[in-house]
Design a protein around this ligand. Structure first.
Ligand code: TIU
Length: 222
């Protein structure tokens, strides 16, 4: 696969597609649909839906070019043995992680709410990384999965921009990955945090990486 140039802020980026992976973060029913974790935290979950069509178009384009795709899901074991007390003790007790909700127990692996939304369902051969934290590298095998493929560049998408996307980008930076964050493929319950979160990535000459969008990536790979 040849090298392509992806237009981005603060600069265009040359990218070798065979060393690139898309990381689709936590596009789960628990964050995007009513009755899940996102809503129990007091959020308007409809604000995240803008990321679905661009992510879908991106995945189709990347699959057609054979670019490696990884999905992540945030969630915990049913007995909560992998959840820090400091994480689960927050919020109203009947709505906490592990509580029963309309989509099953909130943020628990295997429950309907923990599933990736139907529109962006992973295809066979696309690894799904289950993560207990915000960052996709913390307590997961993501780094091994990527290094076994020789990946050095990540196209980062998903929700929410300033929480799990940002945490993952920060973790990836310190592990030596080049990160391109796709603005339209990410979303937040707080539009202002989304905007500032993206600015934080590309500021200072690209302190955490680059910001681009699905159209610029698809234009580059076509
Ligand atoms: N609450 C919020 O914005 N996000 C999370 O709790 N997890 C992710 O971002 N995936």
């Amino acid at each position: 696969m040849k090298e392509v140039t992806i237009h981005a802020e603060p600069t265009p980026v040359p990218v070798a597609l065979d060393r690139t992976a898309a990381v689709i973060i936590d596009m789960q029913r628990d964050f995007l649909e009513p009755g899940g974790f996102g809503e129990t935290l007091g959020n308007d979950v409809s604000l995240l839906r803008s990321a679905i069509p661009p992510c879908k178009a991106l995945l189709e384009g990347l699959r057609a070019r054979g670019v490696f795709i990884v999905h992540t899901r945030e969630g915990h074991r049913a007995d909560l043995s992998d959840a820090h007390r400091a994480k689960i003790e927050r919020g109203e007790p009947t709505k906490r992680i592990g509580a029963e909700g309309p989509m099953g127990r909130i943020l628990i692996r295997g429950e309907p709410g923990h599933d990736i939304i139907e529109e962006l369902a992973p295809r066979p051969g696309e690894p799904v990384i289950d993560k207990p934290g915000k960052g996709a590298f913390y307590a997961t095998d993501l780094e091994t999965v990527l290094s076994n493929r020789g990946i050095d560049t990540l196209l980062v998408c998903g929700v929410t921009t300033e929480v799990c996307v940002h945490t993952t980008v920060r973790e990836a930076n310190d592990r030596g990955y080049r990160c391109l964050v796709l603005s339209d493929c990410c979303a937040s319950y707080f539009p202002e945090f989304h905007a500032i979160g993206l600015k934080m990535v590309a500021a200072q000459g690209g302190i955490f990486g680059w910001v681009t969008d699905s159209k610029r990536v698809l234009d580059a790979i076509r």
